[in-house]
Design a protein around this ligand. Structure first.
Ligand SMILES: [Zn+2]
Length: 160
């Protein structure tokens, strides 16, 4: 027997601001009206996107003071957990940007380390060569010593 489907909670679909792609949330103060977004056209903030409660322009006790410019609104969304979806997008964008920038730096460092390793390898190769030469010289000396010893022995035996 199939159980009754769980009651669907009504979650209003997020309304996005076309210009910034930021979700237009319910006014944090009124909690029943969605914020609206505009572009400032008449102050020193001309051209800046801002978000406000539709009741911002009302007069008297009904007036709501929620009014934020884009940077502050974004910060508000982020700190209040509204920006999860948009954040992944932002993170992806940021990630891609970082991908373009970081590997160059990392590659440079890797090249530097590689260069350093090459130097060390060269040094090691030189030391190895020197060691081999020293060994050979040592062998030659030993050989010479042995030959000299045998000669001395022969001379000593001959003189006896
Ligand atoms: Zn409001």
């Amino acid at each position: 027997m199939l159980g009754a489907p769980p009651p669907l909670e009504f979650v209003p679909p997020p309304v996005m601001d076309d210009v910034t792609g930021l979700p237009l949330i319910l006014c944090p103060s009124c909690k029943d009206l969605r914020l609206v977004a505009f572009i400032c056209k008449w102050t020193e903030n001309c051209g800046k996107r801002f978000f406000k409660c539709p009741r911002y322009d009302e007069l008297g006790a009904k007036r709501c003071r929620i009014y934020m410019f884009q940077d502050k609104y974004e910060w508000y969304l982020r700190t209040n957990g509204y920006l999860e979806f948009a954040e992944t997008e932002l993170a992806m964008d940021g990630g891609l940007e970082a991908m373009d920038v970081v590997p160059d730096l990392v590659m440079e460092e890797i090249e530097q380390v590689k260069g350093g390793l090459h130097d060390i390898q060269d040094e090691l190769a030189k030391i190895k060569l020197e060691l081999v030469e020293l060994k050979n010289e040592g062998r030659k000396k030993k050989c010479a010593c042995a030959v000299l010893f045998v000669l001395l022995l022969v001379v000593w035996v001959a003189l006896k």
